[in-house]
Design a protein around this ligand. Sequence first.
Ligand SMILES: [Cu+2]
Length: 249
Amino acid sequence: MLLSSLVVAAATLVVGVHAHGYVPQIKIGNQYIPGWDITKDPYTTPQPLRVVRGTKLDSGFISDVTSTDITCSIGNQKLPPGPISATVAAGATVQMLWNTWPLGHFGPVLNYMAKCPTSDCSTFKGDTGTPWFKIQQDSFVNGVWASDTLAKSNFTYTVKIPSKIAAGNYLLRHENLALHGASNVGGAQFYPVCVQLTVTGGGSLNPSGLGFPGTYKATDPGILFNVYQGDAVNQAYVPPGGAVYPGLN
Ligand SMILES: [Cu+2]
C-alpha cells in the first residue's frame, strides 16, 4: 500500500513536471463537452471531431510569439477534419476544464475571441490579420497569480462570453502564460487553447483589432518580466495584449 501510494505520487509528479496541461473537456451550463484529449484523440482514426482545436502530440509550450503556433497552440496549421462547435448564449459562461496545471508555472490567464469569417470555424486559422479581441483577463489578484488560482480550482477557469457581441461563430482563444522563466527574452511560455463556439443571442458588436501572431512582442513588459522581484512589482504587472475590449457587456 505504501509502495503503491509512492508510485502514484511519483507518477503525479512526473505529470506535473512534463505535461503542463491541456483541455480535454469544457462545460457549458450543465453540459460537459469533449475537448481535445492528447492521450487519446491523436491516436484515433478517423480523427474525432472536437470543439477544442487539436494540437500536435504534446502539451508543450510556445515561446516564439511570431510563430503561427501562438494562435491556437502547436500545430495551428492543422485544421479540424470538419465543422463542429459548442453552442453558448452571449452573456453565459464556458468553463475550461484543464486536466492539470503545475503550481509554479505562474502568470496571467488571458482570453480572446475572433469571429470566424466563414460559415463555420473549421476552415479558419485565425493567424493572419487582426480578427481577435480581448474579452477577459486575470493576472495578479490579492497576491495570487491567476494560473495558480486555476490550479487550485480543480484546474477550472470560467470564461464569460460577452453579452453584446453579435451572434455567430467564433474562436475562443484561452491562454495560460507562464512567467517563471520570463526574465530572459524568449523565456515566457504560452499555452493557448482554441474552442470553436456558436454564440447565440447577443447584440450588434463586432470587435476585432488584435493579431496572433502580431499583437505580442517578445519584449512586451508583460512578457519579458521578472516574476521573482516581489509583490510590489507583481502588483504592477501589465498583461500583454492590452485592455479588455470596451463595452462588451
Ligand atoms: Cu514546464
